[in-house]
Design a protein around this ligand. Structure first.
Ligand SMILES: [Zn+2]
Ligand SMILES: [Zn+2]
Length: 257
């Protein structure tokens, strides 16, 4: 059994075809998926899916790429976090690749999410791109170690991964590790111990090889697991078993009955 630790199946591309998406998961032994919020508005459709399906979990948070939208505060995040279907806070973080400038609002929003995660006793889902130093600095200042969490769709350096692991974080890899030009990232996968690794699709984007360029979906997380097995010279069963254990260790609020 595999778990897709980060997907956006509430986005219309996948949600309009949700029965197929869920049956493809089943056919490929994907037992669960965590559907991740990107805005407070979008959280409503995430929650709907989690309420309708026992094996879909939800998070609440506002993505760092959206500037002019409803700004969350600690109070609203912690209130939503009380919902039984909500198992994490995010996705949150810093993105200096998509957006340029001072981005004070982005840093403030990141701090708000860390505070809400600590107060809710839920792990963080962190999105970080081209912002290594500031991400780690804010995590330390806000004591993100007290919330724990995951660096999702990781594409940064091994040194950064290590600093995150030192703060009791997991590192989640997406289909990017199957891309031809991702040699350096595969080297990072090789160095990180399997007991700190999660797998994800980040669908509907970033479909792994051999489906690159097509619409991505949770069923494709199998290809991420296969690539990790290949890099680490272990069996895919071991990758499936350990990443599943890691997922429930981190997202301990998940109810699987
Ligand atoms: Zn992200
Ligand atoms: Zn995402």
């Amino acid at each position: 059994m595999y778990i897709d630790s980060h997907c956006h199946i509430n986005f219309p591309e996948l949600n309009n075809n949700i029965d197929n998406v869920l049956s493809n998961m089943k056919d490929n032994s994907i037992s669960h998926a965590l559907c991740v919020s990107v805005t407070l508005d979008n959280y409503q459709s995430v929650l709907k899916l989690a309420e309708a399906h026992n094996h879909i979990f939800a998070s609440v948070g506002v993505h760092p790429d959206y500037e002019d939208i409803d700004e969350p505060d600690v109070e609203i995040l912690t209130r939503h976090a009380k919902n039984a279907n909500v198992v994490a806070i995010g996705e949150t973080g810093l993105d200096y690749f998509r957006l340029k400038g001072e981005l004070l609002w982005q840093k403030d929003r990141f701090r708000t999410h860390i505070r809400a995660a600590i107060e809710s006793n839920l792990p963080l889902i962190i999105h970080t791109r081209n912002a290594r130093e500031d991400t780690i600095k804010i995590m330390k200042e806000e004591k993100a170690i007290n919330a724990r969490g995951v660096m999702h769709c990781f594409t940064e350096t091994y040194e950064m991964a290590k600093q995150a692991i030192d703060q009791d974080f997991y590192i989640s890899f997406s289909g990017i590790i199957t891309f031809k030009n991702a040699e350096e990232l595969r080297e990072t996968v090789r160095k990180i111990p399997l007991d700190r690794i999660l797998i994800e699709t980040d669908s509907p984007y970033l479909a792994p090889v051999p489906n690159r360029g097509k619409l991505n979906e949770p069923a494709n997380v199998v290809y991420v697991a296969k690539k990790i097995a290949e890099i680490k010279k272990i069996t895919v069963e071991e990758v499936a078993e350990t990443t599943t254990k890691n997922f429930f260790n981190l997202f301990s609020k998940c109810q699987t009955s």
